[in-house]
Design a protein around this ligand. Structure first.
Ligand code: AMP
Length: 132
């Protein structure tokens, strides 16, 4: 069975997309821990990030760097943090977490409420800043 991220990649379910290339996609996390929490996903469905072939792993990091730059320019956090977990969705992905305060905890259990209209606004703002 396809992962939920493959369904997003195929367009079978919607997402707040911020960037896409032939090999990667980035969209807002539907249950964010900060405004602008973004997931970077290689289109090839491989569960464990450290099982990615070296070249795909490097490309995923480069893609994440470009998207993080767009997050930084659009939302102006202090910086953007990176988390890799993968226990919920078995399709390799990188969490980009904008950090707005030095006291902000970067923990995936700390969900915040973001309205649909704000998610739309944020994804459009990040997408505008993406340079691939
Ligand atoms: P993990 O596998 O623990 O790294 O977490 C997977 C992340 O994917 C969680 O933060 C979820 O909120 C997020 N997620 C699950 N389904 C979707 C979806 N349909 N669209 C966007 N994000 C999702």
């Amino acid at each position: 069975m396809s992962s939920i991220f493959t369904k997003i990649i195929k367009g079978d379910i919607p997402s707040y997309k911020v960037a896409e290339s032939e090999s990667h996609i980035a969209f807002l996390d539907i249950n964010p821990i900060a405004e602008g929490h973004t997931l970077v996903v290689p289109k090839k469905e491989i569960d464990y990030v450290f099982d990615l072939p070296d070249d795909l792993f490097s490309e995923t990091m480069s893609f994440a760097k470009k998207v993080a730059g767009a997050v930084d320019r659009a939302l102006k956090p202090i910086r953007t943090g990176v988390v890799v977990d993968g226990r919920e969705v078995p399709h390799a992905h990188i969490h980009l977490i904008p950090i707005y305060k030095n006291t902000q905890e970067v923990a995936l259990r700390n969900k915040v409420k973001v309205s649909k209209s704000r998610m739309e606004e944020i994804s459009a703002a990040i997408a505008k800043e993406v340079i691939l």
